[in-house]
Ligand binder design. Structure first.
Ligand code: NAD
Length: 252
């Protein structure tokens, strides 16, 4: 049996990069997938691609920084697929960094609103739905190696990603006895995503590859395979953990 057979899942930030790969791999593992993103065209194309490949998918336009969008997302998923079993709360941005004295308040607010409050909103409505159903669930949040250690110009990004790990642990404890497991993944430098392929980030990415003990960046499938396992019953005694998937980066 496939690892996510008959499960219904949400993937946020599904239109590109790590989210896109995970949505495709969730569907291949047997899940019905709700794709949530602000990028409509790419998200709708991905839903069609999953359906063409024999899977079940629906795209639901969602801005995770808007709590009402997230509440609506969970309602629509349950309306469409009848339940919610797992979620990958992955939408995030990585704005060009500046030291804190030079950082505008708007950059701070936007980063926290999407990367941290967005995960808070997803957890809130996903856990509420899983509690109504009464048979547990599995949720994975995307943090970062920059949620474990930090780097230059990353005050807002790093604060948001450290926050995701704190949220993960707190919510895991609150719902552990209800069978809802909550974990985080902490990707290191992952190539083939919109963030890492942007020409202005190339120098940083080359440097990151050199700083990685394995000497190269990861691929989106390195993350999706761990997320599938964490959402599956194979990891049913694991909750509140932050798994670094980083070629050894945080082991220095
Ligand atoms: N690529 C890396 O090296 C790396 C490393 C560590 C952590 N991450 C994290 O992984 C996650 C995915 O990033 P990625 O590398 O695949 O980048 P990406 O830019 O390819 O994907 C991010 C997705 O999130 C969507 N998104 C942005 N704002 C949104 C919002 N308000 N509401 C809904 N969707 C929104 C984007 O449209 C995009 O589809 C992010 O949380 C990022 O911080 C990435």
């Amino acid at each position: 049996m496939s690892l996510l057979e008959a499960k219904v899942s949400i993937v946020t930030g599904a239109s590109t990069g790590i989210g896109r790969r995970t949505a495709l791999d969730f569907a291949a593992a047997g899940a019905r997938v709700a794709l949530a993103d602000i990028a409509v065209e790419a998200g709708e194309e991905l839903a069609q691609e999953i359906i063409r490949l024999g899977g079940a998918a629906v795209f639901i336009k969602t801005d995770v920084s808007k709590t009402e969008d997230v509440a609506r997302l969970v309602d629509l998923v349950v309306g469409h697929f009848g339940k919610l079993d797992c979620a990958f709360n992955n939408a995030g941005i990585a704005p060009r960094g500046a030291a804190i004295a030079d950082m505008g308040e708007a950059d701070w607010d936007r980063t926290i609103a999407i990367n941290l409050k967005g995960v808070w909103a997803c957890l809130k409505y996903e856990c509420a739905q899983m509690m109504r159903q009464g048979h547990g669930g599995a949720i994975v949040n995307t943090s970062s190696t920059m949620g474990v250690v930090s780097g230059p110009g990353l005050a807002a990004y790093s604060a948001s990603k450290f926050g995701v790990i704190g949220l993960t642990k707190a919510v895991a404890i609150d719902y552990a006895r209800s069978g809802i497991r909550v974990n985080a993944v902490c990707p290191g430098g992952i190539g083939e995503t919109a963030i890492t392929s942007a020409p202005e980030n190339q120098q940083d990415m080359d440097q990151l590859a050199q700083m990685t003990p394995m000497g190269h960046l990861g691929k989106p499938r390195n993350i999706s395979e761990a997320v599938i396992w964490l959402c599956s019953d194979k990891s049913d005694f694991i909750t509140g953990q932050a798994l670094s998937i980083d070629g050894g980066f945080t082991s220095w």
